[in-house]
Design a binder for this molecule. Structure first.
Ligand code: HEC
Length: 129
């Protein structure tokens, strides 16, 4: 009987890993409706920054990256927070889901819809549109 124990442990471990994987999948924004229309930086993205980011990433606190409308686009691209065509790898997107970097905004995570909009904008080429 003893010699089966390692196999039973492996099976249990396998189940646990599988369960965690599933939890993560369900929380990922990709599960929502995909965004097919073209996303506009000035009309769709900057207003979201104005609402919930610039109070820290601008003004008196001025935490990097500065996300105020006059500089946000250039900073995101030039300082590597956004990698055009690659939302998954972009720190901007990863900050919104807390993947490897601090979750943003820290105390009020965005809805999947807003997060998807940012990801779609990056995946569409992160245009200055
Ligand atoms: C309450 C203040 C606050 C708000 C609101 C806020 N941030 Fe931040 N943000 C911070 C702080 C503080 C850091 C530095 C975090 C750290 O290193 O732990 C940071 C860091 C970041 C970084 C850099 C992450 C890295 O590791 O390089 C990005 C990108 C970011 N924020 C994006 C955003 C976006 C986008 C929003 C709005 C959706 C937002 N933040 C809202 C305080 C804030």
């Amino acid at each position: 009987m003893k010699r089966y124990i390692p196999f039973i442990l492996l099976a249990v471990l396998g189940l646990l890993i599988n369960a965690c994987y599933y939890d993560e999948e369900l929380e990922l924004p990709q599960d929502n409706e995909p965004i097919t229309e073209e996303v506009s930086f000035s009309a769709d993205i900057q207003p979201l920054f104005d609402q919930s980011c610039v109070q820290c990433h601008g003004g008196n606190l001025n935490i990097a990256p500065i996300l105020e409308s006059d500089v946000a686009y250039d900073i995101l691209i030039n300082e590597g927070y956004v990698i055009p065509l690659d939302g998954e790898a972009s720190i901007l997107y990863r900050s919104l889901i807390g993947d490897g970097v601090a979750l943003m905004p820290p105390s009020a995570p965005w809805s999947a819809q807003k997060i998807n909009t940012v990801k779609a904008w990056i995946d569409q080429g992160a245009k200055d549109n």
